[in-house]
Write a protein that binds this ligand. Structure first.
Ligand SMILES: NC(=O)c1ccc[n+]([C@@H]2O[C@H](COP(=O)([O-])OP(=O)(O)OC[C@H]3O[C@@H](n4cnc5c(N)ncnc54)[C@H](OP(=O)(O)O)[C@@H]3O)[C@@H](O)[C@H]2O)c1
Length: 256
């Protein structure tokens, strides 16, 4: 670990940070927060399908990143596909990670899927395709990045799973979303058990004003009070800065 980081624990260190789903919503807000909490020389890799939105965010961050010597790269990849996962891992492998003292991977990208009664999910392929993106892709991506940037002495390794209350709570008509979030939660708990040198956090950001919530409103007609993404993003960043959470645990935005 660099001397600077040891002297200033209120940073995430010289960090290579990979955020999936950074083009919009929570991932975008988190990219902005994290970029302000890393040491100079850090690398931020932002992944999504929309290269244009990623590029816009990169430009928005530019004056700050230039001043703070932060390298920002956009990875345009569709994480529903094998190629998208492999291209993302390959892009991570190209970075000079031996100069870093922290790897932070945020598995944020996800989809909502159909909101419908259990009995309507008769289409095996549709169910598989949802689970493939929301569960399998996050597992293969995390495993690939763990292999690309293996643990070593002096390297802090953190994996964040962006979770939901629905990982813990069964909700009628939300079988796809609840199942995927519960599976991801267990998947990352297994990682925490296997790898004592990796800190794993499942973070539930609360209801936020994003495109996913617009889709929920369209499908259910139910509107609710929504948080601006910056608030849960700032709270997650604080949790990571404090680094006092137990590996494998679930934290909710509304918890103290
Ligand atoms: N919004 C809420 O109230 C809420 C509450 C609890 C938990 N969450 C969780 O928070 C996370 C972020 O949600 P959000 O509301 O910010 O969602 P969002 O507005 O729908 O944004 C999703 C992000 O994921 C990316 N993405 C979607 N499909 C992708 C794919 N196939 N490949 C690569 N990237 C893809 C999107 O970018 P592109 O479209 O450019 O690919 C976008 O950047 C999710 O895990 C969600 O389950 C959200």
């Amino acid at each position: 670990m660099s001397d600077d980081h040891a002297a200033n624990p209120r940073t995430l260190g010289k960090c290579i940070c990979i955020i999936t789903g950074a083009s919009k919503g929570f991932g975008r807000a988190l990219a902005c927060e994290v970029s302000r909490s890393v040491m100079p020389g850090s690398i931020l890799l932002m992944v999504a399908r929309s290269g244009m939105l990623l590029q816009e965010l990169k430009e928005e961050l530019q004056s700050f990143t230039e001043e703070h010597k932060l390298v920002v790269r956009c990875i345009t990849a569709d994480l529903t596909t094998r190629e998208g996962v492999n291209d993302t891992v390959a892009a991570v492998r190209q970075e000079a990670a031996d100069e870093m003292d922290h790897v932070l991977l945020v598995n944020n990208a996800a989809s909502l899927g159909d909101i419908s009664r259990f009995v309507n999910f008769t289409d095996f392929d549709k169910v598989n395709s949802f689970l493939s993106f929301n569960v399998s892709s996050a597992l293969a991506l995390t495993a690939g990045i763990l292999k690309a940037l293996p643990c070593r002495a002096g390297l802090r390794w953190t994996v964040v799973n962006v979770s939901s209350l629905f990982a813990l709570q069964a909700m009628p008509s939300w079988v796809l979303y609840c199942t995927a979030k519960a599976a991801r939660e267990m998947m990352f708990r297994v990682l925490a058990e296997e790898e004592p040198n990796i800190k794993v956090l499942s973070y539930s950001p609360g209801p936020m004003d994003t495109e996913m919530q617009q889709e929920i409103l369209r499908l259910t007609g139910v509107s609710r009070h929504l948080l601006p993404c910056q608030e849960p993003a700032a709270k997650l960043t604080k949790l990571l800065l404090d680094n006092s959470f137990a590996s494998g645990t679930h934290h909710d935005f509304f918890e103290d």
